[in-house]
Ligand binder design. Sequence first.
Ligand code: NOJ
Ligand code: CA
Length: 687
Amino acid sequence: MNRFRILGVLGALLFSFPALAQNSAPPATVLSPDGAIAVTVGADGEGHPVWTLSRKGKLLVSPSRLGFLLTDGLPLDRGFTVTGESRGSGDDTWEQPWGERRYVRDHYNELTVSYRQNADRGGRLLSVHFRLFDNGIGFRYELPEQPAFKTMHIAEELTEFRLTTNGTALWIPGGEFNRYEQLYSRTPIDAISTAHTPLTMMLEDGTHMVFHEAALVDYAGYWLKRADGLTFRTTLAPSSQGAKVVRDLPFATPWRTIRLADDAAGIVENDLELNLNEPNKLGDVSWVKPGRYIGIWWGMISGKWTWATGPNHGATTERAKQHIDFARKHHFSGVLVEGWNKGWDGDWFGTGFDYSFTQPTTDFDIKAVTDYARKQGVTLIGHHETGGNIANYEAQLDDAMKFYASLGVTKVKTGYVADAGGIIAPGDKPGEVRMEWHDGQRQVQHHLKVVETAAKYHISIDAHEPVKDTGLRRTYPNWIDREGARGMEYNAWGKFNNPPGHEANLVYTRMLSGPMDFTPGVLSLQGSNGVPLASTLAKQLGLYLAIYSPIQMAADFLENLEAHPRELDFIGTIPTDWSESHLIAGEVGRYAIFARKDRASETWFAGGVNDADARTVTLKLDFLAPGMTYLATIARDGEGATYETEARHRIAWETRKVTRDDTISLWLAPGGGAAIRLEPVKTAKKR
Ligand code: NOJ
Ligand code: CA
């Protein structure tokens, strides 16, 4: 038995259930493949299903209850006995069609514990399925087919996490009007109220824990509510239907996941949720293509142009052609055009009833634009702003995708601008509506309907104001991106609206769920009316390495991009698809420097972002291949750079030859960042 395994077993012995349920089998324990993580599952004296979690011999979650409240029957939370268990394990490596890394290892041990509720409580059956990896756990409820229980109306899910140790958490509130577009709080764990996931914690002993979920399909997203002290419980997003979730049996819930590691890299380089999703259901997805893009976008976000028709309408035929020319010249494959369609004509915060997804405005000749784009080897990126009105959107969905596909559009950005609870869904009768939540069961169903419909037309989806990412890109690789946090747009709307540490917070929270369409590349460092960004120029480049996205925008006005030829040229070389990605330096919520290897060549890139505190980091280049020399092109914060003053524009460029035995020392400015390209010398082009 290795040291970890002994620790795992010790951890499992560390707890005791208050008393065993009568006739119940004793608690069952399962260890992670390396033996360090242990989960024990059983039933307590009142027949509550309970579980515990320990790692390296330390109890992290003391006996915690599992179960459900129903709207139409007795709770599924007590009076259970354990009726059986089954075990399994797996060790497989699978390939991502695109992603931060090409190969993903899926190595686990699993345990399913089956329960039966006492006859006087309905005799219902419930199983809990745990899967343990070396870097975390997932578990889900499985409701088997059974005679007297056909449909489950869930009022609440009662999954409990009784943490044993305080520490520091990085979190945003769940259930607030602005959905996931919030600034992060860094507080003691016992000062959290109700948090969205991913919710990141650093325990007092240094253990890093991230709470999230995987495979959120036909169910409501959960928020984690602190019930008391260090005890947390799931709260499902609401529904207009009384029950938050309605499902016919048999079914399984999404996986509740906890990433576990000793350090920041351990929670970042972690494919737990992807591994808990089903493999690709779409077959050949060679039509899903990562790439860089620009767009008719920042002009509207910063108020110079309008989405609506009129003298300042952004989406004109001429402006689109100008963007296509720019894209071809500067190595961008896509051009996003928003505000192109009839109906969405004036109101950013509309109700969406009149939006057409097949009729362009009269000043936007979509046929001419897409024909022109094709000739230039560029594709138009489509846009469907719904105003949160999925009733109107779903009625047009198939036609909308067919229309774009007929024009050669292969990616569509969707949008659901509405406050939380403001999703307008179709009701039972024509003309009736129901109000739903962005993370409720109905909207979760909607997103998959959009992704599946788009797949029929070989279109990839980038959802804004989405539900959180739970790894479904593995199953539906055309779900290429989403927003789901405060992106660059906030910088247009007020001075330092996204504070200097925002992106370093994102890396360790939102980004743990999957790619984000953050839209970096505002090289002017200016938003609306010249308001400054809390960023240095080098940070704008570092964002391309810190915030992973298979589609990466350069968001600024074309003239502002062109005013920075060296930075623009550099952006035009940054890949959007990687064979490897590593966090080579970083601390949760402070700074993050990644090394990523291009999937199509031997070139590496390194870089990332800093928070408000200047620091110097020394990067080891030992990720480079042995025996090779690389030409390093380094963009870093210039002397005295800081986000606080005009010195934010100071950037320093350097080229030098390096090998894997070298180090690069980087001074990161307040609100700063850095980006480095490392090309093998024999293939390095003259620049
Ligand atoms: C909010 C999105 O995040 C932004 O990218 C988009 O331009 C507007 N909604 C309009 O759809
Ligand atoms: Ca948004």
